[in-house]
Design a protein around this ligand. Structure first.
Ligand code: PMP
Length: 371
């Protein structure tokens, strides 16, 4: 067991948070910055909370280099609500449609949700290959020429462990990115996006808040007759306080942004560390390929969710049981893919990844002949 008896937590989300963030939250939990009450107990209209909200917004803006042409919204309903809000807000006429790149479970669900009540175009799907690869650059070029009202993609597929290595862009229409599982893990070119959204519970805070960065001109597309909560413009006009916002989750997200900026040195440095961490695991997979088979094609490998299989169900179960005894938790792959998934978001220290790599090596040595 590691510090404070905490295991190295490889859960896909809600996921581990940076220890300094948890420590600060613990220190100021009962009396928030001298105001005489917990952050959980104060009004969202109080000066103390407005400061937190402004700071969180500013933190995200500066990490993403998002200027005044973007609005940063803090919403509820998880990323799944965004699957519905996007078509509701961006499609203006009956002829308008969203174009979808389906690269894994999450973009598949977003496509299915949008298709329930809106015209959609399926531009590309990796379903037939079990979502182990991404579109080629020629296919992406074709996607960028679609006559759609928006182009939708998921930058990192949490379940399958495939990740676009660059930001996509459409020639004319706004690009919408579900960045739920790689948000703030590397620099993005926000200028390429109309909307970039992420639930917080992987890289940016606890469950309960979803961050939506939206180009301000797109707010004009939201139809007036949408239910209030579902209208981006309402949230922007209400300063993300159309209803009572998830105050505690926003507070933790603010601490995460501060940690990223002051302790990790910003997104370039964070990306470099994330690359180093993932390559420690991918080289282990490649070096011991008679035991570990990576799910994702090499060029599509995710730096956030490393997915691989062992030769049998029995070995997989043993791997999980023994790794738990070593203080490595949350390694079971998603039930739809099986095998192992190591989620190594920003807060996973290099030491945790090294511990997993060492475990993979000793498991290999002990079991290589029993396959
Ligand atoms: N998109 C991606 C890429 C995800 O990983 C998840 C959650 N695992 C979601 C969307 C859905 O998020 P939520 O549960 O917050 O609705």
């Amino acid at each position: 067991m590691s510090l404070y008896d905490r295991s190295f937590n490889f859960s896909a989300g809600p996921a581990g948070l940076p220890l300094p963030v948890l420590e600060q939250a613990k220190d100021e939990f009962l009396n928030f910055r001298g105001c005489g009450a917990s952050i959980l107990e104060i009004s969202h209209r109080s000066n103390e909370f407005i400061e937190v909200l402004d700071s969180a917004r500013q933190g995200i803006r500066s990490l993403l280099k998002a200027g005044d042409e973007f609005e940063v919204l803090f919403l509820q309903g998880g990323s799944r609500l965004q699957f519905s809000m996007i078509p509701m807000n961006l499609l203006k006429t009956e002829e308008d449609y969203g174009a979808y790149l389906v690269t894994g479970t999450w973009s598949d669900k977003a496509y299915a949700e949008a298709s329930r009540s809106n015209p959609t175009q399926l531009i590309w799907s990796g379903a037939d290959d079990g979502f182990c690869d991404l579109p080629t650059s020629t296919q992406l070029q074709q996607a960028s020429e679609s006559d759609c009202a928006y182009l939708y993609y998921t930058s990192n597929e949490t379940i399958h462990g495939v990740q676009h290595q660059q930001d996509l862009q459409h020639d004319v229409a706004p690009t919408v990115c579900d960045a739920s599982s790689d948000f703030l893990s590397r620099p993005v070119d926000i200028q390429r996006h109309g909307i970039l959204f992420a639930c917080a519970q992987k890289n940016a805070g606890p469950a309960g808040v979803t961050i939506v960065v939206i180009r301000k001109d797109l707010l004009e597309r939201s139809p007036d007759d949408l239910p209030g909560y579902l209208n981006y413009r309402q949230h922007a006009h209400g300063n993300s306080m159309y209803n009572t916002p998830p105050t505690f989750a926003i507070y933790i997200s603010d601490l995460v942004c501060r940690w990223l900026t002051s302790e990790m040195g910003g997104l370039e440095q964070m990306a470099q560390l994330n690359q180093e961490k993932s390559s420690l695991l991918y080289t282990a997979i490649d070096e011991m390929s008679d035991m570990y088979q990576g799910h994702a094609a090499r060029s599509a490998r995710s730096h956030m969710n490393v997915t691989f299989r062992l030769p049998s169900e029995d070995l997989t179960n043993q791997f999980i049981r023994l790794s738990e005894q070593e203080g490595l938790s949350g390694l079971r792959g998603h039930r739809s893919v099986g095998g192992i998934r190591a989620s190594i978001y920003n807060a996973m220290p290099r030491a945790g990844v090294l511990a997993l790599r060492n475990f993979m090596e000793s498991f290999y040595t002990q079991n290589r002949n029993s396959k």
